[in-house]
Design a protein around this ligand. Structure first.
Ligand SMILES: [Fe+2]
Length: 187
């Protein structure tokens, strides 16, 4: 009887915990710890996540696809830290090399399902590969990253126009780019 009560209590605690924090909240928590001492990278992944989530919903992606996209947005730059440690540089190619293993370790530790982990790791390993965009999750992840990087990298009008014309494909992503950076596009 006592054991039964303990089991019930344990289950209730689990339920309470799960109702307070979903998988992405727990992942944000883990990523803030991973990027401790680096407010720029914390701010960056939170901004990319916000754009990716919003574009994914506006573009009508299915729930499973949105879940993968949002997960990938949170960990897309996870390879920067190991790249800096190993090579002293964080070029896109190093990130794509180091990112997937770091993403897999983080997501598996949090109990994400294997198919989600596999696709997210692929996206992490290809988020600087603009020539072969494969899937709406990949397209939107890249657009969301650019929406943030244009500002953080202080890109000028010519570069922004080139990115818009060559890379942006979704209606919502293009609209956001033109709404947010319209004053620079004209210059
Ligand atoms: Fe990024």
């Amino acid at each position: 009887m006592e054991g039964h009560t303990q089991t019930q209590t344990h289950t209730q605690k689990e339920k309470e915990k799960n109702s307070r924090s979903g998988p992405h909240t727990r992942l944000i928590d883990a990523m803030i710890e991973y990027e401790k001492g680096c407010p720029h990278r914390v701010g960056h992944f939170l901004k990319v996540y916000g754009y990716a989530k919003t574009i994914g919903e506006l573009e009508g992606l299915e729930a499973d696809e949105r879940f993968v996209l949002e997960t990938a947005a949170l960990v897309h730059d996870i390879g920067i830290k190991p790249s800096l440690e190993k090579y002293g540089a964080s070029d896109g190619s190093y990130q794509e090399l180091e990112g997937p293993a770091a993403a897999r370790a983080t997501l598996e530790a949090l109990g994400f399902d294997a198919p989600v982990v596999d696709r997210v790791c692929w996206l992490v390993g290809h988020h600087h590969s603009y020539a072969d965009i494969d899937g709406r999750d990949h397209q939107i992840l890249i657009e969301a990253d650019f929406l943030v990087n244009i500002h953080e990298g202080e890109m000028g009008g010519t570069a922004i126009r080139s990115v818009r014309d060559k890379i942006f494909k979704t209606k919502a992503g293009r609209r956001f780019l033109e709404t947010i950076y319209g004053h620079l596009l004209e210059g």
